[in-house]
Ligand binder design. Structure first.
Ligand SMILES: Cc1ncc(C[n+]2csc(CCOP(=O)(O)OP(=O)(O)O)c2C)c(N)n1
Ligand code: SF4
Ligand SMILES: [Mg+2]
Length: 318
């Protein structure tokens, strides 16, 4: 068995650690990675946190779809859920609070060979990052954004989040939340996301199916994944969990995923609502449009390297 030596930064040591990953089977085919080869530090989430399940399913996705180390790109903002990239032994960034999407957009636009996964929380996505969410969706940038929605700020120990329901008692609303919560599904559809799905961390097969479908979508794919914060909002999603006496209803088979109004209606169902793909349409991505512009420019300046073209443009602006 041959091995590939890949240099991957060791976040603990602050230097470069060498990871020896067995990459070929006896017949010379490159093997898929195992969980052991993808898992990094031991997750520091509270025991029972829903985020563990989402991470385990991301590992499953990587194993199942045979994504190699050098093609795994995991980006997040700040929050408990946003600690995600720390726990994945591959390229990734734990970026600025609310700014994961613009950072990930840059990677997506410059590296068409990768599929970028972005993970984060409801606060990161819809409070401080709310504007970036809308703009990344409308630009239809090819990447998958999985928001682990727990209806609370977990990392900062129980403040009201934009998805907290009315009456939720937190450190910022001791009397109970008075502001109307946003509906992530409605927001994603209205902003122009071309793939909008809903799942829950308590249904592993469903989470994996949504991740796979999102990854295969050519455009901005958004998944709202309910993920319980057992520390600061215990039982929030019991009504969606059959093991806790709730119901898990899949999107009806008759639902037309290209019908925006029908998707919006599904998004308006009272909790626990439906789970599955609400909306999915095909539209040119910003990635494809930019590639077209680059191709057209390059055909006019044959023989020049990318940096020389850039230099020429800067010179022209002087
Ligand atoms: C610019 C900035 N403002 C505020 C904070 C404090 N802060 C860190 S995480 C967070 C909210 C996290 O909530 P959420 O995104 O829902 O993630 P969770 O912890 O619930 O997974 C806040 C307000 C920060 N780190 N940076
Ligand atoms: S505080 Fe909540 S969201 Fe954060 S790790 Fe603990 S259970 Fe999970
Ligand atoms: Mg949260």
């Amino acid at each position: 068995m041959s091995t590939l030596t890949t240099e991957i930064p060791d976040r603990n040591a602050g230097n470069l650690a060498v990871v020896n990953a067995p990459t070929q089977s006896a017949n010379g085919e490159r093997k898929g990675l195992t969980k052991k080869e993808i898992a990094a530090d031991h997750p520091t989430w509270c025991p029972g946190c829903g985020d563990f399940s989402v991470l385990a399913l991301y590992f499953k996705l990587i194993e199942k779809r045979k994504i190699w180390h050098e093609k795994i790109t995991t980006v997040a903002g700040i929050g408990c859920s946003s600690r995600f990239p720390y726990f994945v032994q591959a390229h990734g960034a734990h970026y600025i609070h609310g700014r994961a999407l613009p950072f990930a957009s840059g990677i997506s636009l410059s590296r068409p060979d990768l599929h970028v996964f972005v993970f984060g929380g409801d606060g990161d996505a819809f409070s401080i990052g709310g504007n970036h969410f809308n703009h990344t969706a409308r630009k239809n940038i090819k990447l998958t954004y999985c928001v682990m929605d727990n209806w609370v700020y977990g990392l900062t120990k129980k403040q009201t989040s934009p998805t907290s329901p009315l009456g939720f008692k937190s450190k910022t609303d001791g009397w109970g939340a008075v502001d109307y919560p946003i509906n992530p599904m409605k927001q994603a559809i209205a902003a122009g996301a071309t793939f909008v799905a809903r799942t829950t961390s308590t249904n592993p097969n469903h989470v994996l199916a949504m991740m796979e479908a999102a990854m295969d979508h050519d455009g901005f794919s958004f998944i709202e994944c309910l993920s319980e914060c057992v520390e600061f909002y215990e039982g929030a999603f019991d009504a969606s969990n059959p093991r806790k006496g709730g119901v898990f209803n899949e999107v009806p088979k008759t639902h037309d995923v290209t019908d925006e109004l029908a998707a919006y209606k599904l998004a308006g169902e009272p909790f626990p609502g439906s789970f599955g793909i609400f909306y999915k349409v095909s539209k040119p991505t910003k990635n494809a449009k930019e590639a077209e512009i680059n191709k057209s420019f390059q055909s006019k300046v044959t023989g020049l390297k990318d940096w020389q073209i850039l230099q020429k443009n800067f010179d022209r602006m002087k």
